[in-house]
Design a protein around this ligand. Structure first.
Ligand code: IMP
Ligand code: MG
Length: 431
């Protein structure tokens, strides 16, 4: 297969970064198509740790083209910082390796200010956003007052639009949100500097991708967040402001449905979520603390401790159905070493009624009780395993059951943080 999308099947942080990094070795082009720097993909390459927020993971391989598609929202200041950081670590040396869509929307400092002020005002009912202005930037896109990189081509006109937005946003910040207004002159100066740095990357990425696909090049679409954070199919309003499933590849990447060959779903061997909202299989106390420490479950974008729970096959089936998942990459299996018994959620229950899928009306998710199946654990270290045969039999049994419950075959299993610590059962680019 030549074109593959990687999507998160839980609440983000499934370890997509590592799997994308691994698959990037076989791809020519790696594309981000939705979200912004609220995403943070952590990768460990030869012991060196990278956190990528906007630049696709292809940047860690020599000669791969990285595309930031039209469906993303990009903070120009954050992007310049990320590029500088990568260049200082000898990546993205050639500017031709990064292509930024003219049509991608810009996240402005006022979006960040609004995001934070709103969350503060919500108090206990806050969503727990990353505070990076993602929601407000997508709102402006839909309201047709957003600024796109395309606008940078005529800076005088850009400044006019920007000043109009700043006036409106400051009024909103001051009067409604009782927050500090943003400094217009400073923003204009920042955007002037960002323009000088970013114009060289602008590209009609939709046409570029279409031509690349037509020429038979391998393209990897790197999803951010996860299906449960999807604006339509997730736990609204505790979601992010974009579609994060495979459907977003078309809108946000600018390619046609027939141009995508396969979708690889990524899921942890357990579940985590950051921010507020329902989480049926959540566990608390000592076991959660142990898993959090062992799995280093702290948000890479914000440093917040992640909430921890058992694997939830109801969510997995939801993700498989919505995304047409071809295979599942199950990550961080090693984190479960030493835990006995292991539990996996097979279905939900509400007052004696059993649900195999998410009960109709998403508000019901707050009330469901998970039905668990227990499985025996293992104690042997598994980080050196590179094939299923090298795993303890209880680990193999756990994997087989997860696959069966999810209704999809396993394509990969992560057994450690590094690129190499992966059992590859089938690589979509090589099938
Ligand atoms: P926002 O995307 O910053 O608006 O945050 C909305 C919700 O999505 C919050 O619960 C965030 O914690 C969550 N979120 C956004 N991006 C990610 C991610 O990449 N991983 C995990 N959670 C995320
Ligand atoms: Mg993340």
């Amino acid at each position: 297969m030549k074109t593959v999308a990687v999507v998160g099947s839980q609440w983000g942080d499934e370890g997509k970064g590592k799997i994308v990094d691994l698959l990037a070795a076989d791809a020519d082009i790696v594309v981000r198509f939705q979200g912004g720097n609220n995403a943070a993909h952590t990768l460990v390459v030869n012991g060196e740790k990278f956190i990528l927020r906007l630049v696709p993971a292809g940047a860690l391989h020599d000669g791969k083209i990285c595309v930031i598609g039209n469906g993303t929202v990009v903070d120009p200041i954050a992007l310049v910082e990320e590029i500088e950081n990568l260049k200082s670590r000898l990546r993205l040396k050639d500017d031709a390796l990064l292509k930024l869509s003219y049509d991608a929307h810009m996240v402005m400092p006022y979006h960040r200010a609004i995001d934070r002020a709103r969350e503060a005002r919500l108090g206990k009912s806050a969503i727990g956003t990353t505070g990076f202005g993602i929601g407000p930037a997508y709102e402006d896109k839909m309201a047709r007052i957003g600024l796109r990189f395309d606008d940078l081509t005529n800076f005088a006109v850009f400044v006019e639009k920007l000043e109009r937005n700043i006036r409106d946003k400051n009024l909103y910040l001051k009067t409604l949100l009782k927050a500090k207004p943003v400094n217009g002159a400073e923003i204009i100066a920042q955007m002037r500097r960002a323009r000088t740095r970013l114009m060289r990357y602008l590209c009609d990425t939709s046409t570029f991708l279409h031509e690349a696909i037509a020429a038979g090049r391998r393209v990897l679409f790197e999803g951010a967040h996860g299906v449960m954070l999807d604006i339509d199919h997730g736990t609204y309003p505790y979601v992010t402001s974009s579609n994060c499933g495979a459907s977003a590849v078309f809108g946000g990447g600018g390619i046609a449905p027939g141009e995508l060959d396969a979708v690889l779903g990524i899921s942890k061997a357990y579940t985590t979520r950051v921010g507020a909202g329902p989480f049926p299989t959540e566990i608390k106390g000592k076991l959660a603390d142990a898993l959090r420490a062992e799995g280093d479950e702290f948000g890479s974008a914000t440093g917040r401790p992640r909430r921890i729970g058992w694997f939830d096959s109801v969510l997995a089936r939801h993700a498989v159905r919505l995304n047409g998942i071809w295979g599942l990459a199950l990550t961080k299996l090693d984190v479960l070493t030493g835990i006995d018994p292991l539990k996996a959620c097979t279905a939900y229950e509400i007052r004696g009624t059993r649900y195999e899928g998410i009960p109709p009306g998403r508000h019901m998710l707050e009330r469901v009780k998970p039905v668990y199946e227990e499985m025996p654990g293992w104690t042997e270290s598994i980080t050196e395993a590179r094939s299923l045969e090298e795993l303890p039999s209880n680990a193999r049994r756990y994997l087989a059951r997860i696959s069966e419950l999810s209704g999809v075959k396993l394509a990969m299993v992560g057994v450690g943080a590094s690129r190499e610590a992966t059992i590859v059962i089938s690589n979509p680019f090589l099938t």
